[in-house]
Design a protein around this ligand. Sequence first.
Ligand SMILES: [Zn+2]
Length: 234
Amino acid sequence: MNEKALQEVLEGVIRGVVQQLGNQSVTSATTDVNTEDSIPVELSARHAHLSEADAIALFGAPLTPVRELSQPGQFLCKERVRLIGPKGVIDNVAVLGPSRGSSQVEVSKTDARILGADAPVRQSGDINGSAGIILASQNGIVGLEEGLIVASRHIHMSTEDAKRFGVADNDLVCVRLEGDRPLILEDVLVRVNENFKLAMHIDADEGNSAGWSKAVSGKLVGKKCGAAHGLCKN
Ligand SMILES: [Zn+2]
């Protein structure tokens, strides 16, 4: 093969590779999720869910509702608790009702650091082997061997919303928070239930890092990202 023929063959191969790469990027840029509609973003401050027994141990009575929360059936209680960790204390922590089978305390990573507790990032309800914490009120004290978690960021949506956004229960999606400090959050868990009202829940650390205010909304960017950043469009 002479030099010119060799060059032509090589050019052909390179063209083929480039074309293939081009096709790939077109494939990965198509996304079947709805990237247009806004998702309200709510900041979940640190809070505790209590079992009935723990509520009675702390307050001598069942919980007292004071305000409905955005998810139907959930409410803020009059009662407040103090969290006591190995390194620090956090006072005046909100209690949410209704009471649950097991007590669970949701804090940010910053709170966990203040308390000196190694709270794992978990989906609400998944407290097996999570960190311990002491809860105190004026009347009582309760030690939880486990139950302290950093809640995974998540989106509540109805079955209809899930259809509209092109996602399903337990999908992991990427969401762009459109605040003063725009930020794409990966691994946002989708929770679908016909009773849920559309809302994304983030914690204080996530909110502050994105300059969160009530005006901030989120937009789906895509389903779970590839690590070598394909910009979330798989
Ligand atoms: Zn939530």
